[in-house]
Design a protein around this ligand. Structure first.
Ligand SMILES: *Cc1c(COP(=O)(O)O)cnc(C)c1O
Length: 371
């Protein structure tokens, strides 16, 4: 990219490493911690994040689509790479050429993988995904016995594990999590018979809040990026026990201007100044992931102080009220997410302003700006 944008996502890779080590210390030694790096590692950058986790000891990675897995493998990643959302049938060869692990949820895909492996005379490890209560992707638990029979005819397919997913594990007191886990355990037993299989159902919520459900592998996304799935701060006993947010979103002030009391600000004039007001125009808008729902609700950091966003957020612009701060100049830094001086704004707080969760904020900012 030749000319860089005013807007910048910065990722603290040491924070990513710290978070991976911290989560690893929360599970038993035999439990594998898979780093979920789908959607550009929740906006942090697929390769950057995967390399940071690898430095911290990670050797299992989860992505949504095949293309992400291929990119990760070609970047030099040596770990296991799980493809969670299936594949276009024309692309099946990539599983073999790039040593990727499919997580399968239809019989059709299973048969296709089986016949491709047979044709190539090449063994492939697969996982089966069951829907044990999420109401989303996966085989029905009642399919388990039939799947085992199918697999017996597939000489080149090795069933390596079973997966499922919790719908409510971010709730520390969810009774549903116990029910889903029981159904998953029964299903895993049916599938495994006498074989040793890896079982995996936990996301960050399951891992942190429901320690009895870890199985052999946990799949961690949000917490590796520094956030608790329920938006809490956790109850850390020391600095070392705190998850550290890794993403900062910053920009530069484009213009500083003074407007009289009673002036309408931005589209629709939904904000009218109640005093002589100094505004900083920021080159950030909803096309940069700064959601329009943040209009009149958000705050940003300028000169280490919190200041409010006034009026509607536009496609490429928004306005911060800097009346209370002295000496702000065009070109000065404004931080939308992260720390400046002694102040900080995190993705939970921003999510709270626009009725969403940290996950969506990280993806929206991270994937719509230069990193
Ligand atoms: C994204 C994802 C996870 C990680 O969830 P977090 O709540 O971010 O930890 C785990 N498992 C599956 C199947 C996922 O798609």
């Amino acid at each position: 990219m030749g000319i860089s944008s005013f807007n910048r996502i910065t990722v603290d890779t040491e924070a990513l490493e710290h978070n991976y080590r911290l989560i690893s210390s929360r599970v038993a030694d035999h439990v594998t911690v898979m780093a979920m790096v789908k959607s550009e590692a929740y906006g942090h950058g697929l390769i950057t994040a995967a390399q940071a986790f690898a430095r911290a000891g990670c050797s299992s990675f989860g992505v949504a689509e095949l293309g992400e897995g291929v990119e990760l493998r070609e970047s030099g990643c040596e770990g296991d790479i799980f493809i969670l959302l299936g594949f276009d049938h024309g692309n099946i060869d990539y599983f073999f050429s790039h040593d990727l692990t499919p997580v399968l949820f239809t019989e059709e895909d299973l048969l296709l993988i089986g016949s491709a492996a047979e044709r190539k005379k090449k063994k492939i490890a697969i996982f089966l995904k069951f829907d044990c209560g999420m109401g989303r992707l996966g085989f029905a638990p009642s399919d388990a016995a039939e799947l085992v029979r199918r697999l017996q005819d597939m000489e080149y397919v090795r069933l390596a594990g079973v997966m499922s997913h919790f719908p409510c594990a971010d709730d520390r007191h969810s009774g549903n999590t116990r029910e889903v886990f029981q159904l998953f355990s029964r299903t895993a037993n049916t599938v495994s018979g006498n074989h040793i299989l890896v079982s995996s159902i936990c996301n960050s919520g399951g891992t942190l809040y429901h320690p009895g459900t870890h199985g052999d592998m946990v799949r961690i996304g949000i917490s590796l990026y520094g956030y608790y799935p329920d938006g809490s701060q956790g109850q850390p006993s020391s600095e070392e026990q705190i998850l550290r947010p890794a993403m900062t979103f910053s920009t530069r002030i484009l213009q500083v201007k003074d407007v009289a009391a009673g002036s309408g600000i931005s589209y629709g004039h939904i904000y009218i100044t109640d005093r002589q007001t100094r505004l900083a125009v920021l080159p950030v808008g909803y096309s940069d992931g700064y959601l329009r729902n943040l209009s009149t609700r958000a705050e940003v950091l300028i000169n280490g102080q919190r200041v409010p966003i006034r009026g509607r957020i536009c496609m490429n612009l928004c306005l911060a009220d800097i009346t209370e701060i002295e000496g702000v100049q065009p070109g000065d830094e404004a931080v939308l997410l992260g720390r400046q001086g002694n102040e900080s704004i995190d993705a939970d707080e921003i999510g709270g302003w626009c009725d969403t969760i940290s996950y969506e904020i990280l993806c929206a900012f991270g994937n719509n700006n230069e990193r």
